[in-house]
Design a protein around this ligand. Structure first.
Ligand SMILES: [Zn+2]
Length: 197
């Protein structure tokens, strides 16, 4: 059975024989329903119609998106850290070229996501790298459409990741939305907020 993606917001759902009846993320008042109504796509069809783009943002920081645009044009950032790379936010699409690009940069040790619009293909990304942990704030638990053992719900105001990276519940998008900070003294790469391309 496929794990359908919502075409409007990019969220992936647990396996179902037919497309889900509704997308709770799109039904939320902060989102909208596309002019064509609810639309769904399988992972295979998504891969057939789109490809990942990988772009060096600055040394140690790589942006990953999709072309043509999908959903709300989500972009992920690969934060290359000495104790293991972290994918900050996520994209629905993960293709072989993106996996290879991440491997060439040292692989992936963890995924951390700001808010539910970026939950997208997090489980596929985790599994592509051996089931690495996915850090989500516990206050957003209800917005996980594809549960998975790799998901780690953290609580409170901060959560330390490796190499000085810290998740902070800063409410950039919603009161529950974490952001991520780098090591003390970091400049351009020191603060990663939710973002699209
Ligand atoms: Zn949706």
């Amino acid at each position: 059975m496929p794990n359908y993606f919502c075409v409007t917001c990019g969220a992936q759902f647990a396996e179902t024989p037919a497309p889900p009846d509704r997308c709770p993320i799109c039904d939320d008042e902060r989102q909208y329903v596309g002019s064509k109504g609810r639309q769904w796509i399988t992972p295979e069809a998504l891969k057939a119609a789109h490809h990942n783009i990988v772009r060096e943002e600055e040394p140690g920081l790589t942006g990953i998106g999709a072309e043509p645009d999908f959903a709300i044009s989500q972009r992920a950032l690969l934060v290359q850290a000495t104790t293991g790379n972290v994918l900050w936010d996520c994209t629905s699409l993960i293709d072989e070229a993106a996996v290879q690009a991440v491997r060439e940069r040292g692989g992936l040790s963890a995924i951390a996501i700001s808010h539910p619009h970026f939950y997208t293909g997090m489980v596929e990304w985790s599994r592509a790298f051996g089931g690495v942990p996915i850090y989500l704030h516990a206050d957003n638990r209800e917005w996980v459409m594809r549960p998975d053992p790799a998901i780690v719900f953290w609580e409170g105001e901060t959560h330390a990741l490796a190499d000085g990276l810290t998740l902070i519940r800063c409410g950039a998008i919603s009161p529950e939305a974490p952001c991520c900070t780098g090591p003390p003294g970091a400049t351009a790469r020191g603060h990663y907020s939710p973002g699209t391309r």
